[in-house]
Design a protein around this ligand. Structure first.
Ligand SMILES: NC(=O)c1ccc[n+]([C@@H]2O[C@H](COP(=O)([O-])OP(=O)(O)OC[C@H]3O[C@@H](n4cnc5c(N)ncnc54)[C@H](OP(=O)(O)O)[C@@H]3O)[C@@H](O)[C@H]2O)c1
Length: 111
């Protein structure tokens, strides 16, 4: 991210809400931060990305969630929140394009 900033390149989240995986919406750290700000976990996650200049295009099939997901500009995560969220890093790639098994799965995928 620091390297991209140096080159004036904006990063875009591949899956800003982790595709709903990893029980993200019931994560205890995110839940506690959401309660502190009177926001939802999704809003905290999206604000965290936005505050760090990551472009976000969250996906939802529900209109109320689409509205919820854009209401992230009326609060600010503080340094303590940011540090707590940083501890959730998993150093995992959801979809590794260099993994032959993934490439095979994608090539054979028929929706
Ligand atoms: N991840 C990829 O492989 C990939 C690849 C190419 C393009 N994209 C694009 O990237 C964008 C992100 O999509 P994504 O599929 O990666 O997933 P995502 O945005 O990280 O997460 C979507 C999941 O979160 C749920 N969700 C959304 N808002 C919520 C809220 N406020 N509260 C609770 N749950 C919520 C959605 O469920 P509901 O729909 O039921 O609300 C869905 O299960 C999309 O525009 C997509 O087209 C993604």
């Amino acid at each position: 991210m620091a390297f991209h900033k140096e080159l004036d390149i904006l990063q875009q989240a591949w899956a800003p809400l982790a595709e709903g995986k990893f029980e993200i919406f019931s994560n205890p750290i995110l839940t506690q931060i959401a309660q502190k700000h009177g926001k939802s976990v999704a809003q905290v996650v999206l604000r965290w990305l936005n505050q760090r200049d990551v472009v976000i295009i969250p996906k939802s099939v529900k209109v109320e969630r689409m509205i919820e997901n854009r209401e992230i500009f009326d609060f600010t995560l503080d340094n303590e929140d940011l540090a707590q969220i940083a501890t959730l890093n998993r150093d995992e790639i959801i979809f590794n394009h260099r993994d032959p098994n993934m490439v095979k799965w994608l090539a054979e995928y028929r929706g």
